[in-house]
Design a protein. Structure first.
Length: 554
């Protein structure tokens, strides 16, 4: 397999190609290692696409590993949600692993480290450890407990495990170099005492292994070839390698890339959890959330998300991607496959004076002009209709080609209609518009070559159904919601208009669809039937407007 080449080229794939060429590895195995302390978000999607995508490109495989070393914050709910979201994106792992399954092995390895004189039990508390660590410009100081004998360390570590000491009273630390220019190498903590129920190991342990100690060891045990992670771990790589080298374990290659940041959203799980816990949103799958399940409910497709991840590519330099690019990818995908329907969001009554009362005509409407195979459906026309309120103006400016007194427009798929009158209430609001129709323009085309500039969507007042439509805007009003002044909180940057619920009038075909089905509401945007959708109470979410605000090289 050493001559396998991928079509895509980026620094990660180039590194893998090089490793296969020079024989460092003869196959590719990656892993995606989430901590089950929250739901996956669009940033994770980038990591998933890289880990699964790169392995697949080289004929390799990918593990899913729950990096669960933090008992207080993890749960089975998250483990299940993570699996569901990765499957929904369309990826399959070969093995499902839990860091917590290695607790016994990690404990034995720690004992091995003590016996090698490479680890010691330290009585400094967290503040003291920080103090002794030094800074980027000053070396650290050795802990006074650094030179304990192997026997004493073995006894104390055993006592730590058996619950003799209070939380935080002691730690097990690696003995490396307190003067190292890399702070991560200044005797990092391997174990802490923490009495918390772990969602998988329960109360079996009161000491828990630290992330750095666990992560590389798990990578090694699983036979990972390329441990792809985000840039903040670049400075941890020497430690990753020190642990495995010291223990004589198989060594994967860690490679770092820049994490994804998106405008108008926050990506830290801590912040997303706060939005959920404090009811700023309706759960992790609220359609305004940048979580995978939130995006799904908003109307995003796996294809759009994967396309987005492919377009943003991968680099070593931090950048913030325009949220509009994500929307652009969705629009492109749904344009190809969303069924077109007519829904009036802000209804204004139109009466066709010369159309017979009680008559209903059924017109053929194409489901998707981009896809003839999508077929057609029937839509009912009758004397009383609804159009959008802003498709009519009493006194329009020049260049307004929609309906106004004396003007003729096309009603999509139906007829040309001409406005002959309108009524207003005492405040001057238009309450109904009167038109006449031209029977010779059936289907929406005129034989005499008469042109109209405006085309409106509409629904039959007699046959339409009421549907709840949830209109979403960005969750945050500020491009970078994390930017707050001292003493302020990112929640102050929430957009107060991020959700508006309206009742719309829709063509009757929307009475029988399935939750998750995508539609283009003509002239409005792409919408999806919400999980709350029932035939008795149809509910749709606005995924994205038709108008594209994304500009390449903006
Ligand atoms: P948080 O700090 O919000 O909890 P995390 O990075 O700790 O996020 P993990 O569950 O540890 O979240 O992440 C699993 C994997 O996804 C890691 O390899 C991590 O580097 C990657 N990842 C997380 N966030 C992003 C992001 N914004 N862009 C790209 N990859 C990410
Ligand atoms: Mg993490």
């Amino acid at each position: 397999m050493s001559d396998v080449q991928t079509e895509k080229s980026d620094f990660l794939r180039n590194a893998v190609t090089e490793d296969l060429k020079n024989g460092r590895f003869d196959h590719v195995k990656t892993r995606f290692p989430p901590e089950p302390n929250g739901y996956l978000h669009i940033g994770h999607a980038k990591s998933i696409c890289l880990n699964f995508g790169i392995a697949a490109d080289f004929g390799g495989v990918t593990n899913l590993r729950m990096d669960d070393t933090n008992p207080a914050k993890e749960s089975m709910e998250y483990v299940e949600a993570i699996q569901k979201d990765i499957k929904w994106l369309g990826f399959n792992w070969v093995g499902l692993y839990f860091a917590s399954d290695n607790y016994d092995k990690l404990y034995d390895l720690a004992i091995q480290m003590i016996k090698m004189g490479k680890a010691y039990v330290c009585d400094l508390n967290a503040d003291q450890i920080r103090e002794y660590r030094g800074t980027l410009t000053e070396p650290g100081k050795n802990s006074p407990y650094r030179d304990r004998s192997i026997e004493e360390n073995l006894r104390l570590f055993d006592e730590m495990k058996n619950g003799k000491y209070a939380d935080g009273e002691k730690t097990l630390r690696a003995k490396i170099d307190m003067a190292s220019p890399n702070l991560n190498m200044r005797d990092p903590v391997l174990y802490r005492i923490c009495r918390a129920d772990h969602y998988r190991t329960g109360t079996k342990w009161c000491i828990y292994p630290m992330y750095d100690w666990t992560h590389g060891t798990c990578d090694s045990y699983e036979g990972i070839t390329h441990s792809i992670c985000t840039l903040e771990f670049e400075d941890h790589r020497p430690l990753y390698e020190w642990f495995l080298k010291t223990l004589g374990l198989y060594m994967p290659r860690q490679i770092e890339f820049a994490r994804l940041n998106l405008t108008y959203t926050v990506m830290s799980k801590r912040k997303l959890l706060k939005l959920v816990k404090e009811n700023y949103v309706n759960g992790w799958d609220d359609p305004r959330m940048p979580t995978i399940c939130g995006l799904r409910r908003r109307g995003f497709t796996p294809e759009a998300i994967k396309d987005f991840c492919a377009r943003i590519g991968v680099s070593k330099v931090y950048s913030t991607v325009d949220y509009a690019l994500l929307e652009h990818c969705l629009r492109e995908d749904l344009n190809k496959r969303a069924k077109r329907v007519m829904v009036v969001l802000d209804p204004l009554k139109v009466i066709i004076d010369n159309y017979p009362e009680n008559e209903v005509e059924w017109f053929d409407a194409e489901n998707n002009p981009e896809d003839p195979a999508a077929g057609t459906r029937k839509i009912p026309f009758s004397r009383e209709l609804y159009i959008e309120r802003d498709d009519f103006m009493i006194d329009p400016p020049k260049k307004y080609f929609r309906l106004s007194p004396g003007k003729e427009i096309r009603l999509k798929h139906a007829y040309y209609v001409k406005c002959v009158d309108y009524k207003t209430d005492s405040d001057g609001n238009v309450t109904e518009v009167h038109c006449t129709y031209d029977p010779a323009t059936k289907g929406g085309w005129s034989d005499d070559g008469r042109m109209v500039k405006g085309t409106s969507h509409w629904v039959s007042a007699a046959k339409c159904i009421d549907t709840e439509v949830r209109l979403y805007e960005n969750l945050f009003a500020k491009e970078n919601p994390d930017e707050v002044e001292e003493g302020h909180d990112f929640t102050e940057n929430l957009n107060p208009n991020s959700l508006k619920v309206i009742t719309a009038k829709s063509e009757p075909s929307l009475a029988e669809v399935k939750p998750g089905e995508h539609f283009q509401f003509l002239r409005q945007g792409y919408f999806v039937a919400d999980d709350d959708y029932t035939a008795a109470k149809p509910v749709f979410n606005k995924a994205v407007a038709l108008k594209d605000s994304w500009k390449p090289n903006k």
